[in-house]
Design a protein around this ligand. Structure first.
Ligand code: NAP
Length: 261
């Protein structure tokens, strides 16, 4: 039976890159989206085209992950639809609607970003981890469960015009460590993938500014990252080949995090 992975925010950008890469490696994918059904359908189509086996399934599942009810329904829907879940990729995330100077950023924006980027992945992971823990008593249930958090170079690099985003991503890095420590004895591995500058809708508004920075040397690899770059790292972590690792951070940023003189 094909292993099943939930990709939150699988409809676009990095989530689509992860979903299609996993499809090409034999996984079934639960493609979560918030409101963009058309984009989610396109991801499903691309997954179907990339699939290795006819037994793989791809389903789109609407849920606002910042809502407790939606998270519960999402988890029920996955088990009703696929009958199992092997991996959770906490990818869905948002940028502030406006980039405001740190001294002007307001509470509404802070709460909006924190709810989706930090609170939602924490409680979704808690929900799924508890379910997996209870499954351990079922003999047919396979082990090697994995949770991956998609953070950002912004976990450590400051952008003073989108502080709420940076704080949310720094929080995700700690969330990953916390779950890794708690779940290590439960047969559940936890990893953080820390992307650099990736070409998606999220970065479309700063395309020229970031291209200029990349050309000026900000990224040692001297290119934009692609959603597939993140997809490949997620597939490697899900493979089980990192068998004595948990709580690790994988930077997928073309070397951007390296302090240079
Ligand atoms: P994107 O192109 O803007 O896509 C965002 C995805 O998240 C969409 O699928 C969207 O669904 C979904 N989403 C947003 N709010 C949601 C909610 N409340 N519930 C469920 N799904 C929700 O963003 P991206 O660039 O691919 O970013 C994906 C992740 O990577 C984010 O966590 C982001 O912070 C992180 N990241 C991005 C970059 C970058 O340079 N792009 C760099 C580092 C880290 P709909 O399609 O339905 O709106």
């Amino acid at each position: 039976m094909n292993r099943v992975v939930l990709v939150t925010g699988g409809s676009r950008g990095i989530g689509r890159g992860i979903s299609t890469t996993l499809a090409s490696r034999g996984y079934s994918v639960a493609i979560n989206y918030a409101g963009n059904k058309e984009a989610a359908e396109l991801t499903k189509k691309q997954c179907t085209e990339a699939a290795m086996e006819q037994t793989q399934r791809f389903e789109i599942l609407q849920a606002d992950i910042s809502s407790q009810n939606d998270r519960l329904e999402l988890s029920e829907n996955i088990y009703n639809t696929f009958g199992r879940l092997d991996g959770l990729i906490n990818n869905a995330g948002i940028a502030p609607l406006e980039r405001a100077d740190l001294l002007e950023m307001d509470e509404k924006s802070y709460n909006r970003v924190m709810d989706v980027n930090l609170k939602a992945p924490f409680f979704l992971s808690q929900l799924i981890a508890k379910r997996w823990k209870n499954e351990k008593s079922i003999p047919s249930s396979e082990q090697n469960k994995t949770i991956i958090f998609i953070s950002s170079v912004s976990s450590e690099m400051v952008s003073i015009n989108r502080g709420e985003y940076c704080i949310s991503k720094a929080g995700i890095s700690m969330t990953s460590l916390l779950f890794a420590a708690r779940l290590a004895g439960e047969g559940i591995d936890v990893f953080e993938i820390r992307p650099g500058i990736i070409e998606t809708d999220m970065t479309a508004g700063v395309k020229t500014a970031y291209t200029n920075k990349i050309e000026a040397g900000l990224v040692p690899a001297a290119r934009w990252g692609l959603p597939e770059d993140i997809g490949k790292s997620a597939a490697a972590l899900l493979s089980g080949d990192f068998s004595f690792s948990t709580g690790s951070v994988i930077s997928v940023d073309g070397g951007m995090h390296i302090s240079r003189l």
